[in-house]
Design a protein around this ligand. Structure first.
Ligand code: AMP
Ligand code: MG
Length: 491
């Protein structure tokens, strides 16, 4: 039997200027190292067939499956604030789209599958380390309940890629609601191609915002929709300590998914100014800057949509500003609501925000582990004698002082202690992809061809909110000598 993908491609039916038709470049000796079987089933694919040698060849780009219409998508983008009029898929090829079991259209894309007309000086390839990182972190985000692209498979190519040294090459199969970015709109805006912007906007509305079809001002509503989804997404990131690392406009998804896991990382100790990416020297994409940057990116999107607003320029700008003006409130609402849940407050009272801010300030001052502090707080909410959270603080007295106020406030809540604890555990993960774990997994795979650590980490991260006593060590922050200070794009 041959592997069948029930493709129903829509993006490749758009005008030629939207993409370049290009097939993946065959590789020497593809070997499947991971198939996400539940995701395969969700996509209507047969996981057993994908695990055959033929399946591995498809997932490595060596064979193009029937019904695929392989393309590299065109896009532009602001990279660290600098506009680049042409980027595009330089090392990714969209095989096509399938409708998943929930009726959602999903892109199936190979990343690292060879050069395209957008490769510029790049080789079109990906190294194994970054492929594993994206697999681990994107699937962890999914398990955390945060909108994200997903990873269907990772294969090694049997070839080397040359970075600073020769590294094993790999291909990731990425699944996304779509790969349309703010930068996709910018590509046409800089070319003053208003027809293309309208085609793209219509495609996006039909695909991601169907509730807006037939509304009076669909393009205004589209901007508002993307603003809302991005605001909520970034709030979700902050609530789990996630730092994207490269929030360029070409890495900012129109569907509201987290996309492009490069030098991303979860922070250990809480530090709003935390940066990991080796290329982010100015801290542009630091943890606490992410909401501001998301709004900056959305402002670039708004500029692209202005010609569709059907108004005089000045009026259109005013309308766009109004729509963008909703971002701070939408973000703040989502973020504050999330924080309230994290500390176990289910009713609202004056002073709550300040109480929570005081905790965050004390955590920052005391280098408290972000994840464990909140998780232990849940334990403390269930049992006042459980005071493990205080051990996260350099000066535990700082926690005690705050905890007194917190307990007073909890006394006014209607929930039982047990209810509160289980509600808090449902929003405060115990397991996140800690950098030192991700690094160790990558080292074992790259240096020793050993994927057992990868498998185990992926398994633990699939249930981030559950106590998994056998894997308790995965919750631990790094020891001082295990700390990872920088992450690299590794392109
Ligand atoms: P990224 O940093 O992954 O978001 O990529 C930014 C841009 O560089 C995109 O247009 C990518 O397609 C392109 N790019 C990154 N790595 C490579 C590579 N090895 N070969 C060709 N293009 C690449
Ligand atoms: Mg990118």
């Amino acid at each position: 039997m041959t592997v069948h993908f029930p493709f129903q491609n829509s993006y490749s039916a758009l005008p030629d200027s939207f993409f370049a038709r290009v097939a993946p470049t065959p590789v020497a000796a593809p070997r499947l190292i991971k198939l996400n079987r539940p995701l395969a089933v969700q996509l209507g694919l047969d996981p057993d067939l994908l695990e055959t040698p033929e399946g591995a060849e498809i997932l490595a780009g060596k064979t193009v499956p029937d019904g695929a219409d392989p393309i590299a998508m065109a896009y532009a983008g602001h990279q660290f604030g600098q506009f680049v009029p042409q980027l595009g898929d330089g090392r990714a090829i969209l095989l096509g789209e399938v409708i998943d079991r929930d009726g959602v259209r999903r892109d199936i894309q190979l990343k690292g599958s060879g050069p395209t007309p957008f490769s510029r000086r790049g080789d079109g390839r990906a190294a194994l380390g970054p492929v594993l990182r994206e697999y681990i972190v994107s699937e962890a985000m999914y398990a955390l309940g945060i909108p994200t692209t997903r990873s269907l498979a990772a294969v090694v190519t049997g070839e080397h890629v040359i970075r600073e040294t020769a590294l094993p090459g790999a291909v990731l199969t990425r699944v996304a609601a779509s790969h349309i970015r703010v930068g996709t709109f910018q590509f046409f805006a800089v070319r003053r191609d208003t027809d293309a912007i309208r085609r793209l906007a219509d495609h996006v509305i039909a695909r991601h915002y169907p509730e807006l079809l037939g509304t009076e001002r669909p393009y205004h509503a589209l901007l508002a929709g993307v603003v809302a989804r991005q605001a909520e997404l970034v709030a979700r990131w902050l609530l789990v300590g996630f730092i994207h690392g490269v929030m360029n406009t070409d890495n900012s998804s129109i569907s509201g998914e987290t996309i492009d896991y490069g030098p991303c990382a979860f922070m250990d100790a809480y530090n709003p100014a935390q940066v990991f990416s080796s290329i982010d020297e100015m801290g542009r994409y630091a943890y606490a800057n992410q909401p501001r940057i998301a709004l900056w990116n959305l402002t670039r999107l708004a500029e692209c949509l202005l010609p569709l607003f059907g108004e005089e320029q000045e009026k259109a700008v005013e309308q766009a500003q109004d729509i963008l003006g909703a971002f701070p409130e939408t973000f703040s609402k989502a973020y504050q609501a999330g924080l309230r849940k994290k500390v176990g407050l289910f009713t609202e009272r004056d002073g709550d925000e300040a109480l929570i801010q005081d905790l965050l300030d004390a955590m920052a001052k005391n280098q408290a582990d972000f994840t464990l502090t909140f998780r232990r707080l849940g334990d403390a909410a269930g049992d006042p004698a459980a005071d493990d959270a205080r051990a996260e603080f350099m000066d535990p007295a700082a926690f005690d002082e705050w905890a007194r106020r917190w307990r007073e406030r909890l006394a006014a809540e209607p929930q039982s202690a047990a209810e509160r604890q289980s509600a808090m555990n449902a929003v405060n993960p115990l397991f996140i992809p800690r950098n030192h774990r991700v690094e160790a997994v990558i080292q074992a795979a790259v240096n020793d061809d050993n994927y057992a650590p990868f498998e185990e980490l992926v398994k633990v991260l699939a249930k981030p909110y559950e106590d998994q006593p056998d894997y308790a060590a995965y919750a631990d922050p790094p020891l001082p000598d295990q700390r990872v200070l920088q992450t690299f794009c590794g392109t």
